[in-house]
Design a protein around this ligand. Structure first.
Ligand SMILES: Nc1ncnc2c1ncn2[C@@H]1O[C@H](COP(=O)(O)OP(=O)(O)O)[C@@H](O)[C@H]1O
Ligand SMILES: [Mg+2]
Length: 215
């Protein structure tokens, strides 16, 4: 006779993982088994995380759609059951020296903000916008804490949208209809660029040109 064992689903322990940062909703850990990945879990596991649920749903849509271009949004590797609740696994964005890349806000406040004055910054903003537009990926919350600046070995800086990608709509037409998604992307980028102008990072005349340049 075989004995029937009742095994519980195993959960991944984050006790040996180091926390990289946290936002209002989620804590982000470096994946202990994959240095190039991070795990996002609810900051308060008893409450769960709406952002994780929304993001999971959206990234599953991107997966089904066969998205393979992860140049401005970190690659999504699925979910992981952890002792802090369900985690989402993403590529961890690091600088050439291996340190976790700073958010736009941190980079700007570190006193090393000269890059934001350069045409390279605006060209990179345009590439981020074009990427979202071409792949019809809708940002729901794009701000300077959800974009990180990756300082690369060749001296260039890449902007990555690391959070705030989801579609909270009840009837998410933008998930199935590129035209509709692109209308949303345009509205969200307009708002983001207006914020940058208010922070003195994007002169108004350049902002209009930037918006017109992506269609
Ligand atoms: N893929 C990533 N690569 C590097 N840093 C990240 C990544 N994801 C998140 N972070 C860092 O962790 C912080 C919190 O993560 P985030 O996903 O924005 O959480 P929340 O949903 O709570 O705002 C970010 O502001 C950023 O500093
Ligand atoms: Mg965030």
């Amino acid at each position: 006779m075989f004995s029937r064992s009742t095994s519980l689903p195993s959960t991944f322990s984050l006790s040996t993982a180091s926390e990289i940062a946290h936002g209002n909703d989620r804590a982000v850990y470096r994946h202990p088994e994959h240095a190039g990945r991070c795990i996002k879990v609810p900051r308060f596991p008893e409450k769960g995380s709406h952002q994780n649920e929304r993001e999971k749903a959206y990234f599953e849509v991107l997966r089904r759609r066969g998205l393979s271009d992860w140049r401005y949004v970190p690659e999504y590797f699925g979910t992981l059951a952890t002792d802090h609740g369900e985690g989402l696994v993403f590529a961890l964005i690091t600088d050439a020296d291996g340190c976790v890349s700073p958010t736009m806000r941190d980079y700007r406040q570190s006193g090393d903000s000269a890059w934001f004055e350069t045409p390279a910054f605006r060209a990179e903003l345009q590439r981020l916008y074009r990427y979202l537009h071409d792949n019809w990926i809708v940002p729901s919350d794009i701000n300077d804490r959800n974009v990180v600046c990756q300082r690369r070995a060749d001296g260039s800086v890449r902007l990555w949208l690391i959070d705030g990608i989801s579609n909270p709509d009840f009837m998410p037409l933008a998930n199935v209809w590129p035209w509709f998604a692109r209308q949303k992307i345009e509205r969200r980028m307009k708002r983001f660029f207006a914020k940058l102008t208010r922070h003195g990072l994007l002169p108004e005349f350049q902002r209009d040109g930037l918006l017109r340049s992506v269609h």
